[in-house]
Design a protein around this ligand. Structure first.
Ligand SMILES: O=C(O)C1=C[C@@H](OP(=O)(O)O)[C@@H](O)[C@H](O)C1
Ligand SMILES: C=C(OP(=O)(O)O)C(=O)O
Length: 434
């Protein structure tokens, strides 16, 4: 396990191009693997998770050529092969859940495995709709709080369209159903309880699929064929979140981020940054395959950080950014409250418990709830030993809290950052002035 030492900083300045978005990279990798022809993707995510998706595509018969951040994927033209070994999804919930929907219509038996963390995560949420469509899915366990989990076996075959109402807000569950519906008999419809990130809808259209939305109802006809694309993956806003929050901590910070993904279903963080007292200037914005890509400049307004209450749909839309928002909450004036975020307990770690443990280590006061945290403002944190719990977002979130603490902070298990953002510590060092 590696330890990274973070020293307090004086301010944060510079400009960055972020590596490609993790969510979009997964989807492009999977749809390219199913499509006919060779897809060329530049600025593909450098995180380990989307590379787990690529490895699964290779095991299913796609040909992958990697050259730095450019990836060429020659697809299977709709016919995945029987893999020789279990499909290893590593640490990636996105890979396991979305892949399940993609492969379930194929006439093979698939075993999906993952690391210790992924093996603890709930999979019943995708088993339910996919088995309603006719897939035979066996999960492990099922009695504990999490319910059935990996290893998962899928006995694939022809599927039938369903009408599905998503009980929990999850873009991964939505995607599993859409990817299965794309290849099923009939038209599959899906209504979301909360509108989650729409990268799958945009990606499906980019690869040539038909998909419609009427109000909150999405419909996808089955038996559709996909065609390869050329695309550039926008910079990852959830990775940018760490530097955006760091910029808020210092009065004279100045941060420019270019080629950044700004999909409106993903960009709630930009509104939160503004509400907290950050000033965001959008310098450019363009659209590519349905995704907005822009350049933004972030500064702080005089008067310090306000506070915010995050609840309801906003919690779902900000789900991956909540750990870093919680980590900077003590430095705000009014504090930050996060509710309706129970999902955080079943991510790569129990993120509510780990945020609480690490805030406490740094000397903060807070209240922990089953579905969130309330963290008062006007608190000075001190350097501490941070436990990442092998969770990338926890390792990075507390590196940001450390920038305004008194004394140095040790991030234990810092290597976890590579799951989504291997360059994180190098970029942080470049941007921080001490
Ligand atoms: O669809 C996606 O790419 C993701 C959806 C979210 O998970 P859920 O679908 O479980 O909410 C998020 O936490 C994850 O990092 C990526
Ligand atoms: C929850 C995350 O990813 P996944 O569900 O794909 O493991 C994340 O990146 O924070």
């Amino acid at each position: 396990m590696s330890i990274q030492i973070i020293r307090p900083a004086r301010t944060l300045q510079g400009s960055l191009t972020l590596p490609g978005d993790k969510s979009i990279s997964h989807r492009y990798a999977m749809l390219a693997g199913l499509a006919e022809g060779t897809t060329r993707l530049s600025n593909f995510s450098t995180g380990a998770d989307p590379h787990s998706s690529l490895a699964c595509m290779e095991a299913l018969g796609a040909t992958i050529v990697k050259q730095d951040k450019t990836i060429e994927i020659t697809g299977t033209a709709g016919a995945f092969r029987q893999p020789e070994h279990p499909l290893d999804c590593g640490n990636s919930g996105s890979t396991m859940r979305m892949l399940a929907g993609l492969i379930a219509p194929h006439p093979h038996t698939f075993t999906l495995i993952g690391d210790h963390s992924l093996t603890m995560r709930p999979m019943e949420r995708i088993r339910k709709p996919l088995s309603r469509m006719g897939a035979e899915i066996h999960l492990t366990g099922g009695d504990g709080a999490v319910g059935g989990h990996a290893p998962m076996t899928i006995v694939g075959g022809p599927l039938t369209a369903i009408d599905f109402d998503t009980p929990i807000p999850s873009a991964q569950v939505k995607t599993a159903v859409l990817f299965a519906g794309l290849q099923a008999n009939g038209t599959t419809s899906l209504t979301e309880s909360v509108r989650t990130r729409d990268h799958s809808e945009q990606a499906l259209k980019a690869f040539g699929a038909t998909l419609t939305r009427e109000g909150e109802k999405l419909s996808i006809p089955g038996h559709q064929k996909l065609k390869a694309i050329d695309a550039t993956v926008p910079g990852d806003l959830s990775s940018a979140a760490f530097f955006l929050c760091a910029a808020l901590l210092f009065p004279d910070s100045n941060l420019i981020l270019d080629s950044l993904g700004m999909n409106p279903t993903r960009a709630a963080l930009l509104d939160v940054i503004t509400a907290l007292g950050g000033k965001i200037k959008v310098l450019t914005v363009e659209e590519h395959h349905g995704e907005l890509i822009g350049t933004i400049q972030v500064n702080t307004m005089p008067g310090g950080l306000k506070g915010i209450a995050i609840a309801g749909a906003l919690s779902a839309q900000l789900i991956d950014e909540l750990p870093v928002l919680a980590a900077i909450a003590p430095y705000t004036r009014e504090g930050i409250t996060i509710r309706d975020a129970k999902e955080l307990r079943v991510k790569e770690s129990d993120r509510i418990a780990l945020v609480a443990k690490n805030l406490k280590a740094m000397g903060a006061e807070f209240t922990e709830y089953e579905d969130g945290l309330s963290i008062p403002g006007n608190q000075q944190l001190h350097g501490a030993q941070i436990d990442s719990g092998s969770d990338h977002r926890i390792a990075m979130a507390f590196s940001i809290a450390a920038l305004r603490a008194t004394g140095d902070t040790e991030i234990h298990g810092a290597e976890a950052a590579a799951i989504s953002f291997p360059e994180f510590f190098t970029y942080l060092d470049t941007l921080c002035l001490r």
